[in-house]
Design a protein around this ligand. Sequence first.
Ligand code: SF4
Ligand code: SF4
Length: 306
Amino acid sequence: MSAKTQSPVGSEAIELKGWLAAHKYLLLRRTTQLLFLALFLIGPWFGIWWVKGNLAASMTLDILPLADPLMLLQSALAGHWPEQTALVGALIVAVTYALIGGRVYCSWVCPINIVTDASHWLHDRLGLPKGWQPKANTRYFMLTAILIASAMTGTLAFELVNPITMLHRGLVFGLGFAWTFVIGIFLFDVLLARRGWCSHLCPVGAFYGLLGSKALLRVSATDRAACDDCMDCFAVCPEMHVITPALRGRSEDTPIILSRDCTNCGRCIDVCSVSVFQFTHRFDQRPSPGRTSGKSKLAHKATEAA
Ligand code: SF4
Ligand code: SF4
């Protein structure tokens, strides 16, 4: 293992770019996550009803309906055909995430992401092993299961346990049963499975990933030839398998991260000290040379120094 891979994740980016630049997208994400949460909470907490509802279904300023398409799908399968307003709201949400990336919902909107990122931080601080790692496609089985359960029981099956809804309910109604689910997810990720919930099991993340399979907004390893193998992008990425094809590809392969699992969180951009990654669109045709040899720059430096 090189000296660089042993240094704390992101430390070189902080040194070269400054702390703010090395946390830019993380700070922006936390701001949007908390902003969405605040918009939903200022109604019940302070009587300011700019937004009524929650992430499942809402009305903003009495004119903009938004609805979770997965919730509506469960409702339709359960035999309750949604009202026209809810259908329009679901269509707006579906088109938006289909364009900007389905899992943008995960990293920029969903409040559970803050909980699972905190779990991940604690898991790493405690130096715990990865633990149980469900297969990558387990979340699609979960998605299929909740849809079948909705159809068979005539209920919105997942909404009975959905930690996103539970977190919202817990914040509105205070201490109670709803927190059990949120704390359960936190402890599950810390003690049983590193990044277990969001990266392996959550059917909402799976659904939004499918929704954004062909999204326009993409992260690209545009300057991959500059990669010095510090591995910091892999360390911060919640779906690290998405990076390899783009970063390690040959010159004729696309540097664009096309996997539907990428959450467009931008953390790989933050922590890369040599600015390999950037946001772009899926049709970006700029040439992006791969490595000129099997050895990385870091390996070359080590050879020269020897
Ligand atoms: S995977 Fe599920 S819980 Fe995690 S951020 Fe995405 S929607 Fe929220
Ligand atoms: S590849 Fe980058 S933007 Fe995509 S999930 Fe990983 S860290 Fe986030």
